[in-house]
Ligand binder design. Structure first.
Ligand SMILES: Cc1ncc(COP(=O)(O)O)c(C=O)c1O
Length: 424
């Protein structure tokens, strides 16, 4: 039992007042790379060729090699990466796309953005990731793609999901926005489906503030992705004369401007060097913390059996049922945040109950009565996702980069808030 009498949220002394590591963390290489871009006279792949490979292409090659994919097409965000992957797989207006019910809103809004219909589908209650049995029930003949999210620190049951996808002849797109460096059956996530998409937004394990990428082994899809990201232009194999544009107007597919700038690519190239060491440190802390929190009756997020290495985008843990008789995850997370000087949040609400997922607020989605009903989030019943959200809180990954012994502070803070849950 904690010796602190009062919760910090009520004015008592917090368990921890010291700082946690910050995020993001740059390196000398990050600074050097940024300076090189500034000096280069080329700030985008659409700028003139200056005699050296663009950072965008250096990152594309580096990230393809890191993940083991044949191709990587960098992009401006995780949302544009999802958009490109969907359109690359020829998904379009009124097609159905399976979207797991527990995710950041972008997993569903990217589908809506191409005028397709997100079919919110229930999750495995232990991992929060798309459930193969629920997928089987949700697939209809109108389904043109399945998206799966590797959520928090979990990898989805890819073997089970691929079996269903293959039986129905529907491509699987892996949304790996939260899973840079995670492996399943010895292979990097994102290489199991037709395409894998990544976000490099500020909070992500590999970040340049904003950014994204799509990986694939499919040569034809890679070519479509290149067109989609640069207004129908592609990079030719041979460099052009100095000061000429490297992109040429091949125009096989009409595209949009989803290009990653040279600044972002330069940062990503440097940050990639640190990713494995950071992920290993996070894993060590998380494994230790799992044991500490199980002692308190909490249930850390599980991952699919064939996971070979987890990547902790956030540390997700389900609270004991008896505590949730007295308080909500919202209130618990607030109290824990003050004890730890760390912003802890409830895990995402199920997308049929998300404040942010509101297709009815955008006129572009009001195509006709049938479409409005098809995309209405509340038409879906998602009991496992609702239960996952009711029980789970998420801690941001930066605290896992502290010393392993600092995890004892997290255990103490959880123990204290659990003990005082009735008074929250
Ligand atoms: C699972 C998931 N998909 C997609 C996205 C969208 O990425 P971005 O914010 O870079 O557009 C995010 C971002 O948080 C995410 O977590």
């Amino acid at each position: 039992m904690s010796h602190y009498s009062d919760l910090a949220i009520h004015g008592g002394r917090p368990v921890r007042s010291g700082k946690w590591p910050g995020w993001p963390i740059s390196s000398a290489r990050t600074v050097d790379n940024l300076q090189s871009v500034l000096d280069s006279g080329r700030w985008s792949i659409s700028g003139p060729y200056r005699g050296t490979p663009s950072f965008e292409q250096q990152f594309a090659r580096g990230y393809a090699s890191y993940t083991g994919a044949r191709h990587c097409v960098p992009a401006s965000s995780g949302t544009s990466s999802l958009t490109m992957a969907l359109e690359g797989c020829e998904v379009g207006a009124r097609d159905e796309v399976i979207v797991p019910a527990v995710s950041w809103v972008a997993s569903a809004s990217a589908v809506l953005g191409i005028n397709a219909v997100p079919v919110l589908t229930d999750v495995d209650p232990r991992t929060g990731c798309l459930d193969p049995a629920a997928l089987e029930d949700a697939i209809t003949p109108r389904c043109r793609a399945i998206t799966v999210v590797h959520l928090g620190s979990a990898v989805a049951d890819l073997h089970g999901l691929l079996r269903v996808a293959q039986r129905h002849g529907v491509p699987l797109i892996e949304d790996c926005a939260q899973a840079h460096g995670a492996h399943y059956d010895g292979q990097h996530v994102g290489t199991f489906g037709r395409a894998g998409t990544f976000s490099m937004q500020h909070s992500k394990l590999l970040t340049s503030g904003e950014g994204g990428a799509v990986i694939t082994d499919d040569d034809e899809l890679a070519r479509r992705l290149e067109h989609l990201r640069a207004d129908g232009r592609t990079l030719s194999g041979e460099p052009p004369p100095i000061d000429q544009m490297e992109l040429s107007e091949t125009a096989e597919v009409m595209g949009s401007n989803y290009c990653l700038s040279e600044f972002h690519a330069a940062v990503l190239l440097a940050q990639l060097e640190k990713l494995d060491a950071e992920n290993a440190a996070r894993r060590r802390s998380a494994q230790y913390l799992d044991d500490l929190l199980r002692q308190l009756g909490c249930e850390p997020q599980a991952t699919a059996d064939a996971t070979t290495s987890r990547a902790y985008y956030c540390y997700v843990v389900a609270l004991p049922d008896e505590v949730l008789l007295h308080t909500s995850v919202q209130r618990f997370a607030q109290a824990l945040s003050v004890e730890l000087s760390l912003s802890c949040k409830p895990m995402y609400a199920s997308l049929n109950d998300s404040r942010l997922y509101r297709p009815e607020t955008r006129r572009r989605f009001a195509l006709d009565a049938e479409f409005i009903e098809a995309v209405r989030p509340q038409r879906f019943e998602l009991p496992a996702a609702t239960e996952f959200a009711r029980r789970s809180i998420a801690l941001p990954h930066r605290f896992l980069l502290a010393e392993t012994s600092d995890m004892l502070d997290v255990q103490r803070a959880m123990e204290k808030v659990l003990a005082h849950a009735r008074r929250l």
